[in-house]
Design a protein around this ligand. Structure first.
Ligand code: AHR
Length: 532
């Protein structure tokens, strides 16, 4: 049967859980899928290059860094006295790798941690900063990494700052003063304090959120209560000295549509963006999520079924937003997304460290295609999380660093940042396991400001290549360049001993016949092409 990109399956809502509870480890190691010499899936694709759509916000390619596990401490911050090469305490290797991704925006300091973070703990001489328990994720936070260190990181990466404020245990005054400290160029006491702490010029803070997951770890609030709190706090988020801030409200997760309805009805006019969180679990079961590395075709397929649900969630949350905001002024900010597996046996449960395989690359490609396709409403997305936590770009072990398959997808897809969405008609055979099916191919296209046409394609089928007969309306394709990310097994990964096991290779499997392009996309792969 032929399927389009959209898939609607019944599912379960996410339940809030305690980050530090025990997870049940996965059962016996299943057989891994090997590439087969099966007949290709035959698909057709029309790229409507003469019908440009919305602008793909650069911020869709954003990242998220929480004080959690070994993300900030070890992953980014090693301190000025570390033998690991660093600039001002920020490790050189990680910063250099991340710079390659052209990260547009970085969310910090949480997550759940945001609602317990008090910004004054993280300024001033480091040896005098208080040491506090990290109540969300365990351990002691030395506060060595605070506002100045975060802003330095953003400047090194060329990323915009997205600060997540503390609603859960903070106050409107604390939020207001943090913004004054960061952005005021005046002679106020807080602006003077910033100067005294080493930063003369104010920073720009383009995004500020009022709390995180206020329906869960951020306070277990009802939407009506949060809407009132949001309105109160939002008034005190001020623009100082020419800073122009976008105010973001806590949005829903998964299919919790009631939250979106109430927030849009009661607070839409006070916000620039409303968040959405969705994590991809192979099982949908928070107590037994599945292994990051030991899986077979059943788990591969189940993961893709679940990740594709994001398309449905965005559609439905957007439809509610359209009722209250038909002009699409308020952005949907998917500021937490990605895969979430059981912790590796023997690893700290609260640290959320997981390996990253070709399956994660395929999940990343699909999600980024979905965001691109919804560029009219989705204005930001922040994968969880940037280093050493969940679906990371980079993993570190002391002085060593590896780039994950997900890193390479972000690198390949950066051509879509700020480009114009080009609509597609894609028809591909289904990829079926047991009773569930997904389209075997997923794609998006865009035209950048230099007029270059890019196409990103994911082949979800681990056994069959996809032969895609492609037409481009309004343009003639003469040649194609690009890259492909794939491997011989579904759980291919880069390790500290073998850091280059999976990385992109040049793509050349295409033919041009008359006005058609025939693309041959390998099984279980992510491909990004430039059509000249
Ligand atoms: O990304 C890990 C956690 O997941 C975040 O702290 C929280 O917002 C979400 O539940």
């Amino acid at each position: 049967m032929m399927l389009t990109q959209r898939l609607f399956l019944a599912g379960r809502s996410r339940l809030w859980f305690a980050g530090l509870t025990m997870s049940i480890l996965t059962a016996p190691v299943p057989r891994l899928v090997q590439a087969q010499n099966a007949e290709p899936n035959k698909a057709t694709l029309v790229i409507h290059s003469d019908q440009p759509g919305a602008m793909i916000s650069r911020q869709i390619y954003g990242q998220f860094a929480e004080h959690l596990g070994r993300l900030i401490y070890e992953g980014i911050w090693v301190g000025e006295d570390s033998p690991i090469p660093n600039k001002g305490g920020l490790r050189n290797d990680v910063v250099a790798a991340l710079k390659e991704l052209r990260i547009p925006v970085l969310r910090w300091p949480g997550g759940c941690f945001a609602d317990e973070y008090h910004w004054r703990d993280g300024i001033g001489p480091r040896d005098q900063r208080p040491r506090r328990p990290n109540a969300s994720w365990g351990g002691i936070d030395t506060n060595a990494f605070g506002t100045h260190e975060f802003m330095d990181l953003c400047e090194m990466l060329g990323a915009e700052a997205y600060i997540n404020g503390n609603l859960g245990s903070g106050s409107p005054q604390e939020m207001m003063e943090w913004l004054e400290y960061m952005t005021s160029d005046s002679d106020s006491t807080l602006a003077r304090l910033r100067r005294q702490n080493g930063r003369d010029k104010p920073w720009k803070v383009p995004y500020f959120a009022v709390g995180n997951e206020s329906w869960g770890c951020g306070g277990e609030m009802r939407p009506e209560y949060y809407a009132d709190e949001y309105r109160r706090y939002a008034i005190f988020i001020k623009d100082y000295s020419g800073n122009h801030i976008q105010k973001l409200a806590v949005g829903s997760h998964d299919d919790y549509y009631g939250w979106t309805e109430v927030l849009m009805a009661q607070a839409a006019k006070y916000m620039h963006g409303l968040s959405l969180h969705y994590y991809t679990l192979p099982t949908s079961n928070w107590a037994r999520k599945g292994s990051a590395t030991e899986f077979g075709e059943k788990e591969w397929h189940a993961t893709l079924v679940r990740t594709l649900r994001l398309d449905e969630f965005i559609e439905k949350h957007s439809a509610i937003m359209d009722k209250y905001d038909p002009q699409k002024r308020v952005g949907l900010m998917v500021d937490e997304w990605g895969t979430w597996y059981d912790p590796e046996p023997g690893k700290n449960m609260g640290a959320l460290y997981q390996q990253n395989t070709l399956r994660d690359a395929v999940v990343a490609g699909i999600n980024l295609n979905i965001f691109n396709q919804h560029a009219d409403r989705v204005r930001m997305a922040n994968i969880a999380q940037m280093v050493n936590v969940l679906q990371a770009m980079v993993l570190t072990d002391k002085e060593k660093m590896v780039l994950t398959p997900t890193y390479y997808v972000f690198k390949m897809y950066k051509v879509h940042q700020g480009a114009t969405l080009i609509p597609l008609d894609l028809s591909a055979p289904e990829y079926k396991v047991d009773q569930a099916s997904v389209p075997s191919v997923n794609a998006s296209a865009s035209r950048d400001i230099d007029g270059k046409l890019h196409l990103s394609i994911v082949n979800l089928d681990p056994n069959r290549s996809a032969e895609i007969i492609t037409k481009v309306t309004g343009a003639t394709v003469r040649t194609i360049t690009g890259e492909v990310l794939t491997a011989s097994v579904v759980n291919a990964m880069n390790t500290f001993d073998n850091p280059n096991a999976i990385k992109p290779a040049p793509f050349s499997s295409y033919k041009i016949q008359d006005s058609q392009v025939i693309l041959s996309i390998p099984p279980k792969s992510v491909v990004v092409l430039e059509l000249h």
